[in-house]
Design a protein around this ligand. Structure first.
Ligand SMILES: CSCCC(=O)C(=O)O
Ligand SMILES: [Fe+2]
Ligand code: NI
Length: 181
């Protein structure tokens, strides 16, 4: 289930807002210019589907999204216990970072948490199958799918280099472990 938990960034473990309602989550994130939507009218491909199959299933939606955002490429990231170099991959996403483009992700299978750090607040967004999230350029955040990850997500990129992060050097992610069910 999608979720949002909000904290003051000085008070880990003391949520000041929490919801599992997609509309309430979207409303709460809107002032940050974070886009959060549920796309439920597409039947997801099977978990083991190839990257090309996943892209083909979502093609019309992807074309619209890429048109709206000006993104030039899309790919599929799949992370589970069999993923090569899982520890390194997990660590790469787990430290607070920013991007110079919007981070647009659609959850095809499984779940993961985008944790955003804005104006003294921490927003732990638990994303699940059917969720679209767009984290605006420059918002510090990290991503955690836990120690037994199970996630397949569509990613779209504006830069031709693909995924590039600037780490903030803040170790806040250590103080705010995502609420992984
Ligand atoms: C589910 S996509 C992996 C996370 C990611 O791209 C990021 O944190 O920048
Ligand atoms: Fe990111
Ligand atoms: Ni919950």
């Amino acid at each position: 289930m999608s979720s949002l938990t909000v904290y003051d960034d000085t008070r880990p473990g003391q949520p000041e807002f929490s919801s599992h309602d997609a509309d309430a989550i979207a409303d709460r994130l809107k002032p940050l210019n974070v886009r959060f939507e549920r796309w439920t009218d597409v039947e997801p491909p099977v978990r083991a589907a190839s990257q090309d199959t996943v892209l083909a299933v979502y093609r019309p939606y992807l074309d619209r999204l890429m048109g709206e955002t000006g993104a030039g490429s899309a790919d599929v990231i799949s992370i589970d216990l069999n993923t090569p170099n899982l520890t390194a991959l997990r660590e790469k996403f787990l430290s607070e970072h920013i991007h110079s483009e919007d981070e647009v992700r659609f959850f095809v299978h499984g779940q993961g948490h985008f944790v955003l750090h804005v104006d003294g607040k921490v927003y732990d967004v638990g994303c699940t199958q059917g969720d679209l999230i767009s984290v605006p350029t420059g918002i510090p955040h990290w991503f955690d799918a836990g120690e037994t990850p199970d996630v397949v997500a569509l990613r779209i990129f504006t830069h031709k280099e693909g995924w590039v992060a600037d780490y903030t050097g803040d170790d806040i992610a250590l103080r705010f472990p995502a609420e992984i069910a």
